[in-house]
Design a protein around this ligand. Structure first.
Ligand code: ADP
Ligand code: MG
Length: 359
């Protein structure tokens, strides 16, 4: 097991800067996720940790050891690729044993370790099957077994579930997490899927345009996004530009041109170092934090509007409330029966609690 320490790493491909001055520390035994849209530098960063790419600038360390220019086979990392990169015409045994044979481990030991890891990924009965005859989910397990069999210090997974259908993806999420906990292995997981990131990770780093925007636990990232990009990329949100107005004790007020009204925000939700010296501010409130009612609500931050759309998903109900020509507020409530269903066209009040509005 290892910690991974990235300091100021940059990767340049010609005039494209794929990763810009990235600083990250991944702790021993942690399930750490790189989350971000396509092209933001996740794979490039993972490949610099594996040693397939060397950084243009900066350092990669495992524990205290400088690995920046160490070749991949000397790093003891196990990698799972998006397309699995298995040998289709070889058997499961041959695929999983490959890395051990390269390491010149004796036959009895190879057999013992392959059988052992195949039990762990629940593929022992497929040991002699050709990989091309397996389902997508089974191939994914072979790729995992192949990465784990070398007893790596660090497990690197690059979008390992993106080729599977939704139900199987769910199942494999639990499976990967179970294996990670069983082995207690430091794991770096790359995905563009926020649900995967939120459900699996100890901590998440959110990437955009080659830079890390925020590092935190799933609840920190979701509840306390540091900027408009993170707020919008993870989960649903209502995002509006605001300007500062004034401070009254623990409550700050902002004005929103779009809402044509003042918005009150609790000081705990401000993400600005200096209230008096900031432009480019956004407020964000999650749909599940907004309350709606047909009768007036006595509070600050109440906006009247019309229900324009109701989406029923089974477990919850999404109600869209149009406040004016430029603002429609998305709301989400758990399905608690007909009292949570509003008809399209109904006049309602939307209440945005001040301790749920993040600026
Ligand atoms: P992600 O995995 O987040 O989708 P990548 O790390 O693959 O993103 O890519 C980041 C950026 O670097 C992209 O603009 C991509 O086109 C560029 N890039 C990645 N690999 C190479 C390469 N080998 N040569 C040139 N450009 C590359
Ligand atoms: Mg990628």
């Amino acid at each position: 097991m290892s910690t991974v320490n990235l300091s100021e790493i940059t990767k340049q491909f010609g005039n494209v800067t794929a990763v810009k001055g990235l600083d990250l520390v991944i702790k021993e035994g942690e399930f750490f996720t790189f989350l971000g849209p396509s092209g933001c530098g996740k794979t490039t960063t993972l490949r610099m940790i594996a040693g397939f790419y060397f950084p243009t600038k900066g350092k990669v360390k495992f524990n205290e050891r400088d690995m920046t220019s160490v070749s991949p086979e000397k790093r003891n990392t196990g990698m799972v690729f998006q397309n699995y990169a298995l040998f289709p015409h070889m058997t499961v045994f041959e695929n999983v044993a490959f890395g051990l044979k390269v390491r010149k481990i004796n036959k009895t030991e190879v057999k013992r370790r392959v059988e052992d890891v195949l039990k762990k990924v629940r593929l022992e009965q497929f040991i002699d099957r050709q990989v091309s005859q397996l389902s997508g989910g089974q191939q994914q397990r072979v790729a995992l077994a192949r990465a784990l069999v070398i007893e790596p210090d660090i497990l690197l997974l690059d979008e390992p579930l993106s080729n599977l259908d939704a139900r199987l993806r769910d199942e494999m999420r639990t499976e990967i997490l179970r294996l990670q906990r069983e082995y207690g292995i430091t794991t770096i997981y790359v995905t563009h899927d926020q649900v995967e990131a939120l459900t699996m990770s100890d901590r998440i780093a959110v990437f955009n345009l080659g830079e890390c925007q925020q590092v935190g636990t799933p609840t920190e990232i979701y509840n306390k996004p540091v900027n408009d990009f993170v707020a919008e990329f993870i989960g649903e949100t209502n995002l509006l530009p605001v300007e500062r107005e004034k401070q009254e004790g623990e409550v700050f007020t902002f004005s929103s041109k779009d809402l044509e009204q003042t918005v009150h925000v609790a000081h705990t939700e401000l993400n600005i170092a200096d209230y008096n010296d900031t432009d480019n501010l956004y407020m964000s409130i999650r749909p599940e934090a907004v309350e709606i009612s047909e009768t007036p609500i006595q509070a600050e931050n109440v906006f009247s509007g019309t229900v324009t759309l109701v989406q029923f998903t089974g477990e919850s109900v999404h109600t869209f409330v149009k406040i004016n020509e430029s603002v429609t507020i998305k709301t989400t409530a758990l399905n608690r029966g007909p009292s949570t269903y509003f008809k399209e066209g109904t006049q309602v009040y939307a209440y945005l609690p001040e301790n749920h509005i993040r600026v």
